[in-house]
Design a protein around this ligand. Structure first.
Ligand code: 5GP
Ligand code: ZN
Length: 112
């Protein structure tokens, strides 16, 4: 499958890794929207948040466990935001489920 984030998960495309375990990978976004901007993905391919089911939803819990570990490791005690964009109007540009973790600036709400 021709999927950018599957290739990053497989190590075929290099990335700056921040966190990794058997199920989850987190790496620096190539075009950061905040001083701290990491992408967290499941290593297995899920197309988007619209494809989360009873069978694969445990991976979402693993992603949030990773986020908490990253926040502790990176000392993000002032807080952080987590966003997943889904579909065309949701602004999704890579068709592999991913969560943006942003920190180290004031994050406006709602997102633009
Ligand atoms: P989306 O727009 O789908 O919510 O998020 C995709 C994100 O992937 C964007 O923030 C974009 O900067 C990032 N991105 C796209 N290609 C690459 C790449 O090759 N390497 C890394 N590290 N990030 C990428
Ligand atoms: Zn993929």
């Amino acid at each position: 499958m021709d999927c950018l984030f599957c290739k990053i998960a497989a190590g075929e495309i290099p990335s700056t890794k921040v966190f990794e375990n058997d199920d989850v990978l987190a790496f620096r976004d190539i075009d950061p929207q905040a001083p701290f901007h990491v992408i967290i993905i499941p290593k297995t391919h899920i197309a988007s948040a619209a494809e989360i089911t009873t069978e694969n939803s445990a991976l979402v819990a693993k992603i949030f466990e990773a986020a908490a570990a990253i926040a502790a490791e990176q000392k993000l005690e002032k807080g952080f935001g987590i966003v997943t964009n889904c579909g065309e109007e949701g602004g999704q540009t890579v068709g592999h489920l991913h969560f943006h973790m942003l920190a180290q600036r004031n994050l406006a709400w709602p997102p633009g």
